[in-house]
Design a binder for this molecule. Structure first.
Ligand SMILES: [Cu+2]
Length: 169
C-alpha cells in the first residue's frame, strides 16, 4: 500500500518536473521581444507551408507602450511578393479574410495577431516556409518607424503559444 503511494508521488514529481521544463522552454520562446520607439513586437512566428503553397501567414503581438496612438502602415519581407495585415472573420457562417490598410495601435494598447484573427498574409511566396527556418519581416509604423523582426517557422497547422493567451470567447 505504502509502496503504491510512493510510486504515485514519484510519478507526480516526474510529471511536474517535465511540465516545468516544458513551460520554461515555451516561456523563453515567448520572450522574444523587439523594440522601436514606443512599439514592441513580441513573439513573432509563422506556419510552415505545403510544398507548392503560394500563400503563408505569420503572427505576432504588437504593443504600444507610448501615450499616443501609432499605426502599422506597411509590412514587407523578402520571402514574398506581398505581405500585408489581414483580418479573419466569420461572415454568413464562412471564415473569410480581408486586408487591413492601416492598423491602429492605441496608446497603451496591444494588438494580437493569431490564427483565426489578425494575421500577416504572405502572397507570392518565393519558396515554401520550412519548419525550423526563419526569415526577416519589416514592419513600418507611422510614428515609431521601421522595425525588423526575425520570424521562426513552426510546423504546419501550429497554433503557436495560443494556450498562453486569453481565450476570445
Ligand atoms: Cu489572410
Amino acid at each position: 500500500m505504502k509502496d503504491t503511494i510512493m510510486k504515485k508521488v514519484l510519478f507526480l514529481i516526474a510529471v511536474l518536473t517535465a511540465t516545468t521544463l516544458f513551460s520554461s522552454v515555451e516561456a523563453s520562446a515567448a520572450m522574444k521581444l523587439y523594440k522601436v520607439g514606443d512599439i514592441a513586437i513580441e513573439n513573432p512566428w509563422a506556419r510552415a507551408t505545403a510544398d507548392r503553397a503560394k500563400n503563408g501567414a505569420a503572427y505576432l503581438t504588437i504593443k504600444n507602450n507610448g501615450s499616443t496612438m501609432d499605426r502599422l502602415m506597411a509590412i514587407q519581407s523578402p520571402i514574398a511578393k506581398i505581405a500585408s495585415a489581414h483580418q479573419s472573420l466569420m461572415q454568413d457562417g464562412m471564415m473569410k479574410m480581408k486586408p487591413i490598410k492601416s492598423l491602429n495601435v492605441l496608446a497603451g494598447g496591444t494588438v494580437l495577431f493569431k490564427p483565426g484573427s489578425y494575421h500577416i498574409m504572405f502572397m507570392g511566396l518565393k519558396e515554401p516556409l520550412k519548419k525550423g527556418a526563419s526569415f526577416p519581416l519589416n514592419l513600418v509604423f507611422e510614428h515609431a518607424g521601421k522595425i525588423t523582426v526575425m520570424v521562426p517557422v513552426l510546423k504546419i497547422g501550429s497554433m503557436g503559444n495560443m494556450h498562453k493567451m486569453k481565450p476570445k470567447l
